[in-house]
Design a protein around this ligand. Structure first.
Ligand code: FAD
Length: 352
């Protein structure tokens, strides 16, 4: 039996000091006593721990039971054919708003779903990732007007600790119906806040819509910037990053400034990502990614009843157009293949 205390001190010993912290911000935002802050991209103890254990129970890396969470979120456990987790439909989809498509990463679906949910009053705010505090540094921002959401479209490939933003939305801005956009580890922390005893329920109960992003890994901020510089690319000049067909691409005003095999940049991925077994954000209401669909479209996995309400509403009301995933190439098999690759990669790290 482990004797590690389930406190901020235990979290430091077992997760943060061992390179397993994803910097989702769950412990920082979740702590009711503001005992955790951060330095660089790592949580740090900045006060006197009251030993409430909220941080430990909120962290996605301390423990996570997929099947138990299936039951909590979807009221059933995934069946054997659901290789991407519980879902009620998979589509290739695209925003019908020109402004969003111009700046979006793929089909602009993540942004457009938030716009729809906010227009309909399903959420009163959204925690998204804006560039803040450095060139291409993603940082959470609370947005309360749907017309402002377009500004935060596009992928920042570093961690943007969404739960620091969620804490701001709930504790400081008194929002009560928050939507979040989150990578899989952040989705896990969000669900723990809702369904795990002693986790940060005060934030979980105010989280009304979870849009998950597919994610194989994210990169350390300084590492990414130094890597680009070493390749002769001025980070400030980059207008878009993307990962496509096993290549990492940086564009400057539409032209490729860097196009390299993903393997070359993998050493700069966060070590914590190696422990992750979730590529498609299996407990989101709706998951969105690029792989599987043609360029300029997003692959969308609708999972929960809430997800269905939002996706269907957005399609019916002309915010989004869609096709069944079976009608596009490369289609679902490429998503399943990456999902399995991520689970396989994690095995050796989890058993060490
Ligand atoms: C670190 C990372 C790695 C990814 N890896 C893959 C991958 O391997 N394969 C794949 O198919 N897809 C991957 N994605 C998802 C993909 O890049 C797109 O985000 C997704 O396809 C949605 O596109 P969209 O046009 O619908 O989103 P948009 O409409 O452009 O909206 C994107 C939303 O994501 C938010 N966001 C941006 N950066 C972050 C961040 N770091 N953390 C949390 N939210 C953020 C934005 O604020 C915005 O709300 C990754 C995303 C991230 C953040």
């Amino acid at each position: 039996m482990s004797t590690v205390p389930k406190t901020s001190e235990g979290l430091m010993l077992e997760i943060i000091n061992k390179g397993k912290c994803v910097f989702c911000g769950g412990c920082i935002g979740g702590c009711p006593n503001r005992v955790l802050g951060f330095e660089g991209e790592k949580p740090k103890i900045v006060g006197i721990c009251q030993k409430c254990e909220t941080c430990w129970h909120t962290c996605p890396r301390t423990f996570y039971d997929y099947k138990q969470m299936d039951k909590e979120v979807f009221k059933r456990v995934r069946n054997d054919n659901e290789l991407l987790g519980v879902n009620i439909g998979v589509y290739a989809a695209r925003s019908k708003t020109k402004d969003v498509l111009e700046i979006a990463q793929d089909g602009g679906v993540a942004t457009t779903l938030l716009i729809y949910a906010m227009d309909k009053g399903i959420i009163d705010s959204a925690v998204v990732s804006e560039v803040q505090g450095g060139v291409w540094k993603g940082w959470p921002s609370v947005v309360s007007a749907s017309k402002e959401l377009v500004k935060s479209a596009g992928t920042k490939y570093t961690m943007s600790p969404v739960h620091i933003g969620l804490q701001d939305a709930v504790d400081n801005q008194r929002k009560s119906k928050v939507g979040i956009v989150a990578v899989p580890c952040e989705v896990q922390a969000a669900r723990k806040m809702q369904y795990t005893q002693k986790a940060a329920y005060r934030l979980g109960i105010k989280t009304r819509l979870i849009i998950g992003l597919f994610c194989m890994e994210s990169f350390g901020y300084d590492d990414l910037i130094n890597f680009l510089t070493s390749k002769g690319v001025e980070p400030k000049s980059v207008t878009k990053f993307s990962i496509s067909k096993g290549r990492f691409i940086a564009r400057v005003e539409g032209k490729e400034a860097l196009n390299i095999p993903l393997e070359e940049i993998k050493p700069y991925a966060r070590s914590a990502c190696n422990y992750c077994t979730d590529f498609t954000a299996e407990h989101a209401d709706i998951s969105v990614g690029s792989v599987g669909s043609p360029e300029g479209w997003s692959t969308v996995i609708v999972r929960s009843k809430k997800g269905e309400q939002v996706f269907k509403g957005a399609c019916d009301e002309g915010y989004i157009e869609f096709m069944p995933i079976e009608q596009v190439k490369p289609g679902l098999k490429s998503v399943i293949s990456l999902s399995e690759r991520k689970k396989e990669r994690a095995k050796s790290y989890l058993s060490a």
